[in-house]
Design a protein around this ligand. Sequence first.
Ligand code: ADP
Ligand code: MG
Length: 339
Amino acid sequence: MRSVVWTLGLVLLLANCRSNVLERRTVLLMDTYVTVQACGPRAAAKQAIQAALKRLEEIDQRFSAHDSLSPVYRFNCEERPLEDSEVVALVQAAVEVSEATGGAFDVTVEPLVRLWGFYGEHPAVPGQSVIDSVMKHVGSRNLVFENGRVRKLDPNARIDLGGIAKGYALAQAAQAMRHAGVDSGLIDAGGDVYAFGRRAGRAWRVGVRSPRGDSMVGVLEVRNLAVVTSGDYERFFVSGESRYCHIIDPRTGWPAQGVASVTAVARDPALADAWATAGFVLGPDVVELAARHGVEMLVLTDRMERFASSGFDRLDVRHPESDTGPRGARRTRKTGCPG
Ligand code: ADP
Ligand code: MG
């Protein structure tokens, strides 16, 4: 009886190996290179990649603060409330992260990002009195949710979902892939990653890039998890002795200082994205707070000091205390996709 079960298992395993492939495509989208990998029967994998890319394009347009046809743009420029249910839901999720982070993450930061010139080609340090006057329009207290819509209390309030929309896009792309019939895949949007299922029977591996140079500061084994990084190297300018980056502390009106990169790991990619941005503002203190909200984190300061939650270290195969560390590496049988 046992040998029959073994033989059957082997036959199923071989059948799986034959029919499953790993399809991959890279395109320029959302201002970055996006790579989508899908593991499954060839036709389903191809279809899943197409579905994911279509969904990413849709989200890119719908959540853009610069596309004059987007609900976000219209909300910012007109007096009418925001009605698009998908955008309203993400604004709601963003406000929840604002509350959990004491306002370090805040999508109403738009007027400050604009003032510092980060939407254009020539960012510069503004005068303190202008910062003070713009600050009056910043704060999620200026947004009210009623009957599934968002209304502005302050007509000069504006939102920018740039700190959370990419994460949301990863979640939606993964969902589109699952609907297309694949149960394993990875979406990498310029280093922000969501991986689901297993690749060749093992968890997907995601490298965490050093904010200074090309080396890796960690290699995470993830399954159904997002790994999202906010770094000071993405958009910044130097003025005098200081380096100013595109993440603004909404509580002071000045770009966040002292952190080089924050990597957040969470089940929900939108949450990971928002917390990575918040972590950039809050610095190393964020690690414990985030863990209490189900987000594991690595913070590297601009002096390259390392602060990580124990949950983060457990995922890092290079970390001595990781579950699957190099010496005690857990090996799983190779099934499914090649590679
Ligand atoms: P990136 O998208 O460059 O990888 P982030 O996810 O950290 O990086 O998002 C940064 C973007 O979020 C900025 O370009 C800006 O649009 C917006 N932003 C800046 N500061 C904040 C903040 N404190 N809270 C929420 N969003 C912010
Ligand atoms: Mg973010």
